[in-house]
Write a protein that binds this ligand. Sequence first.
Ligand SMILES: Nc1nc2c(ncn2[C@@H]2O[C@H](COP(=O)(O)OP(=O)(O)OP(=O)(O)O)[C@@H](O)[C@H]2O)c(=O)[nH]1
Length: 417
Amino acid sequence: MSPSQESRSDGASRQAPLTDYEDLSRSADFLRQLDAASRTSNPLKRFPPEHEKRFREDARAKFGQARALTSLLPALMLVTSPLWGQPLMHPPAGFIELIRAFEFALIVPLCLVSAWMLWRRPSSVIGETLFMVSFLVLAVTLEWLRHRGISMGFHLSPSLSSCVLVGFIVIGRVPLREAAAFVALYLGFMLFSDWVREAGAPPVRNPVDWLVEGIFIGVVISGAMWNELYSRRNWAAQQLLKSLAYVDPLTKLPNRRAFEQHYESVARHARREYKRLFVALVDMDHFKNLNDHHGHDYGDGVLVEIGLVLSDFARRPLDMAARLGGEEFALVLYDCSRADGLRRLEELRQQVEALDLANAGTARGHVTISAGGVGVHADVPLAEAYRMADTVLYAAKRQGRNRTVIADSAQAGSAVA
Ligand SMILES: Nc1nc2c(ncn2[C@@H]2O[C@H](COP(=O)(O)OP(=O)(O)OP(=O)(O)O)[C@@H](O)[C@H]2O)c(=O)[nH]1
């Protein structure tokens, strides 16, 4: 059987791990797409659907707190309006009461609730929706007040609702499509408010007001386009960088750096939950012989094939299989006892043997692996776990290869769990 050279782009779904290195195991095609996206000049260009979804989730998490602060701005502006609104605009008495009623009964509470939700959970979809709703209500209310003000002989100017639009969309980093929908709604409401004015009443906006509105809307749309473009470029560049830094290019498994970082996070998690970890080193037997007999390309194909088996083996969210280098791989299994670790390693060994990949010139004639494992307490550093696993791996090699050995407390002392 000849090993497959396909990369792991088979779409096998995994649950969310502590670290997301395996999500980066992409096909070369996707890396090319990311590279192009990191240099694009088209803010409307989307990523493929599943990546678009991740981009949006990441953007929501990244800008959540900025949106929370943006929500506080109108609340602050409205609460302090008695200090600046009256001296600046001299509204008639009845109009002030109307403004206060809207401010304190509707807009300030809405802004505060969305700020609170987004501050606590920046990625909250409800928080983000409330953020958009609160600004829509604010813009519509200001527009309505402007409309009412005219019939009371008061001209609300400059256009406060346009300022709100700029703050909300540009500072709050609203995605381009939502921003465009918001602007369209706002424009529609402005036209509507002009259309429903009483017969004989002056227009809600004179030509200069419309010019100012146009300038504000231009600023909003161009700001939203730049925000979108740079968010997309940055996200693509970050993904590309992570792929190159944390993923082994041949097997598409996480590399040593990713494994070390994952071990740190998983060990912290295990300490909090009083769980054990099982760490193993897996090494292919007689790999030099395989390269010599079948060629380096075949050797690479075998590594890819073993990578697929290992990645399938470590499917649980907190488990990880990584390629440390050459023909050596590492595994960390979360909440796994020594007995379970031994059983699972043995299954892995049999699975590799069952692939029946040729390794001519060796006694068995096919590809085999040796594995050394150790169950550790969560406070054991990775270097120590490596050292113990390496000792038993060496024992497995000495005992004739194609076998699994795990460390006992005599070999590893109190570190063994
Ligand atoms: N094809 C291929 N070979 C690699 C790669 N990385 C390392 N190797 C080869 O893997 C071989 C490892 O050889 P050794 O360390 O002697 O191990 P071994 O022959 O498997 O012997 P044992 O581990 O004792 O069973 C070397 O010949 C390396 O050139 C790779 O990415 N692709």
